[in-house]
Design a binder for this molecule. Structure first.
Ligand SMILES: C[S@@+](CC[C@H](N)C(=O)[O-])C[C@H]1O[C@@H](n2cnc3c(N)ncnc32)[C@H](O)[C@@H]1O
Ligand code: SF4
Length: 214
């Protein structure tokens, strides 16, 4: 079984806990798309003609891309690889990018699964994380996205200092209320070279209690 992962390393804001590869400047977005469009044919023999069963746009924040950019990448993949007609095509999407127009475009392009970074439904928790979305957007985007996509997974983070155990259970119960088939729950980790690590070292943020997040 073969799959292709495309990394889109751009985000609107730097979440304080995150050390994935990303930039908050979109200055190199066009160059990145051009480089990916060159890389796809260069790598065409790597999978030795195996049919592709999954395509995954991860990030960073792939939902930041415009529909024509996603279309160009998918067209190029279709040109050089045999994509299974039932392939799972996932896009990581952040709540503040999810609009009816974008959902319609993604569906039209053949994207059939969304991975949505909710993280929490609580405002203070989202502010603590420095997320680009608020609590209302966390709920509204799910109400809208579930009208267009059945196959949705959402990310939630537990173990942050402001989130009580009761609120964590509420996060799970709110997520379940949208009948989403899959949840990814991450224990908050303090990663090297993140704003979170620096703020904890400077005692500007409370240390993360491993017993709560581990
Ligand atoms: C590729 S990342 C981000 C995808 C997308 N940009 C977003 O933020 O929703 C996938 C997930 O990893 C989790 N994550 C990233 N850094 C983390 C950390 N330090 N501790 C716990 N979870 C983390 C978040 O839940 C995030 O949604
Ligand atoms: S968690 Fe997602 S949106 Fe936040 S900085 Fe990391 S990749 Fe970007």
């Amino acid at each position: 079984m073969a799959g292709i992962y495309l990394h889109i390393p751009f985000c609107k804001k730097a979440c304080h806990y995150c050390n994935f590869h990303f930039s908050t400047s979109l200055g190199l977005k066009n160059d990145l798309i051009a480089a990916l469009l060159k890389e796809i044919p260069l790598q065409k023999d790597y999978l030795q003609g195996q049919p592709i069963n999954t395509i995954y746009f991860g990030g960073g924040t792939p939902s930041i891309l415009e529909a024509p950019e996603l279309e160009a990448l998918l067209n190029e993949l279709n040109k050089y690889y045999t994509i299974n007609s039932l392939a799972e095509i996932t896009l990581e999407a952040n709540p503040d990018d999810i609009t009816e127009t974008k959902l319609y475009n993604w569906k039209t392009l053949g994207i059939n699964r969304l991975s949505i970074g909710i993280q929490s439904f609580f405002e203070e928790d989202l502010l603590w994380m420095n997320r680009a979305h608020n609590a209302a957007e966390a709920r509204n985007c799910l109400a809208t996205a579930t009208r267009y996509f059945q196959n949705i997974t959402i990310d939630l983070i537990y173990g942050s200092p402001l989130l009580t155990n009761e609120q964590w259970l509420q996060n799970l119960s709110i997520a379940n209320s949208y009948n989403i088939p899959h949840l990814s729950c991450y224990a908050l980790t303090v990663e090297p070279d993140t704003a979170l690590q620096k703020m904890i070292a400077l005692q500007k943020k409370e240390a993360v209690d491993r017993k709560r997040s581990g």
